[in-house]
Design a protein around this ligand. Structure first.
Ligand SMILES: Nc1ncnc2c1ncn2[C@@H]1O[C@H](COP(=O)(O)OP(=O)(O)OP(=O)(O)O)[C@@H](O)[C@H]1O
Ligand SMILES: [Zn+2]
Length: 493
């Protein structure tokens, strides 16, 4: 059986994850015993987040929750990019924040705050836990400048016309994450930018600010602003320390962003992330959902139509390293799958207060086997579809037992704990009233429902059908369905 928080478990040494850097599954070994330091590249806050962003956030949220479940203390750092992310990857184009500020006639910081809070709201709705630390790039200009100075001192960066570039030819390991060889790398750089660089593949650490550029800071190289990549190296090292455990992000960030992060940190003499994890993409019509392609649905659009927990269920239904193809059919099947879980769970809750004491040993063993299967699935590179299958297995066995008779209280409680700890705490599926109610509450609701159903039964016996229907209608309006079955009246919500 899963353990209660009071029986804090020892950190599980058997967690295997797929490390993008070494391109294989490896057993996770923390830098500090019992602790996990994770850094996730967060959003550039210049527009509302879309469902693709939700896939990434939910994927890493489950990984974080799983580590906690397996006994680790997790520090989860996820940044907010509010400066330096230019409209194209080759150090060219307008800053995304500034372009949006012009469009909306706002201060760049107003844009950042507006979309950061919109993101926070979306994440709350999707039951994504708050990061332990949520650093913003503009709040860490000093740290970024200090790292750039270390790189210049070690001969891996150079100043040119008020900007500073990383010298890729000085760092032979550049390319080790993405597997790209320097000579294969694209050179799509505008002439004026190319002239400032020793090599067209060098990337900006600091950019000289043109006179009209609003986001600007003093630096040893004049007034300017940081490049996009440097913020993540600086902030992850600041909050997680040398040789921290896990760095995550979307697969599309491997190059150039993560490649640059590694080079910046290691060339400056720091030990960087020991494991790299990347989520695959959410696609629509086979293409990556993305802001720039315009083929996106914002999280708010989706939540206007679908229950947030169904959205989350859909996302955890595919593995983080698999593509999730978004479609109406996918939502439909997520909705019915999710309903199957919650109906069984609510039936368990309804029965607990009046169930006879005792255990059903055979069913207890089945429950324990499903819990084991769930945990094994997560230990194997956080295989959420397999974990969900284990919850369905649990549901099938429980329904079979509940449909054929009474299940003793101890066994129902074990099933309830499995739903709550695994579906609720680890997969995060039961927020906002869909999940296990507080036990006090559920006892009160159950007692009241017994009374209401008795009253309805009396109306029917007295042929007061209008009153009986009115009662049922009132319950339906608050989400409670009453069903007359051959074994008597059942209700669910
Ligand atoms: N469709 C998607 N599926 C999964 N993750 C995604 C998807 N789109 C973006 N991400 C991830 O979200 C993070 C932020 O991405 P970003 O702000 O570049 O979004 P985007 O829609 O790709 O924007 P743009 O098209 O302007 O580059 C990255 O880690 C990225 O990998
Ligand atoms: Zn990053």
């Amino acid at each position: 059986m899963t353990q209660r928080p009071s029986e804090a478990r020892l950190p599980d040494p058997n967690i295997v994850l797929y490390d993008t850097l070494t391109r294989q599954k490896v057993t996770f070994e923390p830098t500090t015993p019992g602790r996990v330091g994770m850094y996730l590249c967060g959003p550039t806050v210049y527009s509302d987040a879309h469902l693709g962003h939700a896939k990434k956030e939910v994927a890493f949220d489950v990984i974080r929750r799983a580590f906690t479940h397996f006994g680790y203390k997790v520090r989860y750092v996820a940044n907010i990019t509010d400066v330096g992310h230019l409209q194209n990857d080759s150090d060219d184009g307008e800053d995304k924040m500034l372009a949006r500020a012009r469009l909306e006639q706002l201060e760049p910081m107003e844009v950042a705050d507006k979309y950061m809070w919109s993101f926070v709201k979306d994440m709350e709705a999707l039951n994504v836990l708050k990061p332990s630390i949520n650093p913003r790039a503009t709040g860490h200009i000093g740290e970024q400048i200090a790292l750039i100075e270390e790189l210049i001192a070690r001969g891996h960066a150079y100043e040119s016309a008020g900007s500073v570039y990383f010298d890729v030819r000085s760092w032979p390991e550049y390319g080790k994450l993405s597997g790209r060889k320097l000579d294969d790398q694209e050179e799509g750089v505008r002439e004026a930018v190319r002239e400032e660089k020793r090599d067209p593949r060098d990337f900006a650490l600091w950019k000289n600010a043109e006179p009209g550029h609003i986001m600007r800071w003093e630096s040893p190289w004049g007034v300017g602003f940081p490049g996009w990549h440097i913020e993540c190296s600086a902030m992850s090292l600041k909050y997680l320390g040398e040789g921290f455990d896990i760095h995550g992000g979307g697969l599309d960030l491997q190059f150039p962003h993560h490649e640059a992060e590694i080079a910046q940190a290691e060339a400056a003499g720091h030990a960087f992330a020991r494991y790299w994890m990347h989520n695959n993409m959410l696609t629509i019509g086979g293409e990556k959902m993305s802001k720039s392609k315009g083929n996106f649905l914002t999280i708010q659009d989706v939540l206007a139509q679908h229950d947030a927990m169904v959205v989350r269920f859909l996302l955890v239904g595919s593995h983080y390293r698999s593509i999730t193809e978004f479609s109406d059919a996918a939502f439909e099947s997520a909705r019915s799958g999710y309903r199957r879980l919650t109906e069984a769970l609510h039936e368990v809750e309804r029965r607990i207060p009046n169930a006879p004491a005792g255990q059903n040993a055979a069913l207890d063993a089945r429950i324990a086997a499903h819990v084991q299967a769930f945990e094994d699935a997560l230990r194997d590179d956080f295989n959420t579809p397999k974990a969900v299958a284990a919850l369905f297995g649990l549901t099938t066995d429980l329904n079979a037992a509940m449909n054929t008779g009474e299940v003793p209280r101890g066994t129902l409680e074990a099933a309830h704990a499995a739903y709550r700890d695994l579906g609720g705490e680890v997969l995060g599926l039961f927020a906002g009233g869909s999940g296990p109610a507080q036990s006090d509450d559920s006892q009160v609701v159950s007692a009241l429902m017994d009374l209401v159903l008795k009253a309805r039964q009396n109306y029917r016996l007295n042929k007061q059908y209008a009153e009986a229907d009115e009662l049922r209608g009132t319950l339906a309006r608050v989400g409670v369905t009453v069903e007359d079955t051959k074994d008597g009246v059942r209700w669910k919500r």
